[in-house]
Design a protein around this ligand. Structure first.
Ligand code: DLL
Length: 442
């Protein structure tokens, strides 16, 4: 077993589709777009009706830009057609269902044919490969197994890569740490918030993650920041990579960082991306920030054509130093529906995370409490100081609190009340963290 974090010599033979010329990629995308649009029209009455109302017919797709004539769809369309109304193949061809739990109402249900599962495994293998993992690696998969797509998505991807997967699922943190040590896992898949918990617990148990073989973290399913990456890499000695995906499109495996850690490559041969102005729906050019709209080019069980993700990002204009030609999106730090307006200022929870983690002795364990004051939305931040400062140093606590308020002020331009709370009082997450506590009476 390796005991150092030396990179593997042998890499997974990476997909040629990561390196197509722009004209080759566009040709492939157009063929696939024509085929999937025809498939959706012929087999999903919802699409046929919606497109006829918009005077769109699949024959109108002569170039990639023609997709702009198709109306958008969104999560409510999946809910309105619950459970199987958007499926485009008979149930006998569907081999798997997943569902994402909405905050309200019915879950959204998604389906896969055998071929869809293969594509998913391939894009996840490409994800792992681009994060520096290969067949020699042992991947500890702490994404939740079940209806959530994280667990099985990463599982099949690890096997496709030829790596050894440990299907440990989320939770049981002491056992996670035991496996990291005893099995010598070199890659770990989980949410970034769960990894901060693993770091903390490993320290309590007397393990130094720097000393263990783990060298790569595959983190996604929730927003996280560059400051969080720095924190995690410093505390563990691993390289932390950002991966992105959503159930409606496939699960994880839509986009992934590479060794350059400077944006997430979208697997454009399977997912056609557009960026729109979330207010007007107008398409924005590469380099401008807006809402990501995705079209599945390969998914036959339930094709998603122009699905509004609500995730805010930018399609990068310039090629990546890694040589891949598929475009990159910037880190997704917000959704169009998680913006708060506090005293007239737009606030995204991730800005608060950045501000907090710039302060030494502040931990990544925080919650934003949203409440109403005099008819307006207001927030307070509860965050844990390090035990060293919290337990021993009253003066230090006052200084730390002032520094934290100031850091938020310089980031947001407003003063926000900060409560430094005792170590271990903020709930730890084993999956997606709940950072926002909404106490408004709505
Ligand atoms: O979270 C799929 C996934 C699993 C992605 C494991 C990565 C790793 P859903 O539960 O449907 O699917 O949630 C999708 O999570 O629309 C984003 O708002 C958010 N999200 C996912 N990855 C990231 C990320 C999975 N890297 C929703 N950064 C998406 C920010 C992310 N947000």
């Amino acid at each position: 077993m390796s005991t150092s974090k030396t990179p593997r010599a042998k890499l997974y033979p990476i997909s040629a589709n990561d390196y197509l010329s722009i004209s080759e990629l566009k040709k492939l995308q157009l063929e696939k777009m024509q085929s999937i649009v025809n498939h959706a029209y012929a087999n999903v009455p919802f699409y046929k009706e919606k497109w006829e109302q918009a005077s769109f017919h699949p024959d109108h797709i002569a170039s990639l830009e023609d997709i702009q004539n198709i109306p958008f769809i969104m999560k409510t369309d999946l809910r309105d057609n619950y459970p199987f109304g958007l499926f485009a193949v008979p149930m006998k061809d569907i081999v798997r269902l997943h569902a994402s739990s909405g905050t309200t109402g019915k879950p959204t249900v998604v389906a896969y044919t055998k071929k869809d599962i293969q594509v998913w495994a391939q894009v996840m293998a490409r994800t792992f490969a681009s994060c520096g993992l290969g067949p020699d690696d042992i991947i500890q998969n702490a994404y939740g197994y079940g209806l959530f797509t994280g667990g099985l998505g990463a599982h099949y991807g690890s096997e496709e890569l030829g790596a050894t997967v440990i299907p440990v699922s989320g939770g049981n943190t002491d056992r996670q740490i035991m496996f990291l040590k005893d099995f010598g896992s070199t890659g770990l898949c989980c949410t970034p918030s769960y990894f901060t918990f693993i770091i903390e617990r490993a320290k309590e148990l007397g393990f130094d993650l720097h000393e263990l073989p783990i060298r790569v973290g595959i983190f996604g399913a929730e927003p996280w920041t560059e400051e969080m990456r720095k924190h995690m890499e410093k505390k563990s000695g691993i390289k932390a990579y950002d991966i992105y995906g959503l159930s409606e499109i496939i699960g994880p495996g839509v986009a992934s960082e590479c060794e350059a850690q400077s944006g997430l490559h979208i697997f454009e041969d399977h997912f056609y991306p557009e960026i729109i102005d979330p207010e007007t729906g107008k398409i924005l050019p590469d380099g401008e920030r807006g809402e990501l709209v995705l079209t599945t080019l390969s998914k036959s069980a339930n094709p998603m054509i122009r699905y509004r993700t609500r995730d805010i990002t930018t399609l990068k204009k310039y090629a990546c130093s890694c040589g891949r030609t598929i475009r990159q999106i910037t880190r997704i730090t917000s959704r169009s529906d998680d913006m708060l307006i506090i005293r007239g200022v737009n606030v995204f929870p991730s800005q608060i995370e950045s501000a907090l983690l710039r302060v030494p002795d502040i931990t990544p364990h925080y919650q934003i409490v949203l409440f109403e004051k005099e008819g307006l939305d207001n927030i307070e931040v509860n965050v844990e100081a390090t035990p060293e400062v919290f337990n021993n140093n009253l003066d230090g606590m006052q200084t730390l609190q002032a520094e934290t308020v100031h850091s938020i002020y310089t980031t947001l331009g407003i003063r926000v009340k900060v409560n430094l709370v005792a170590p271990n009082t903020i709930a730890r997450s084993e999956g997606k963290a709940q950072r926002l506590i909404d106490q408004r009476n709505k």
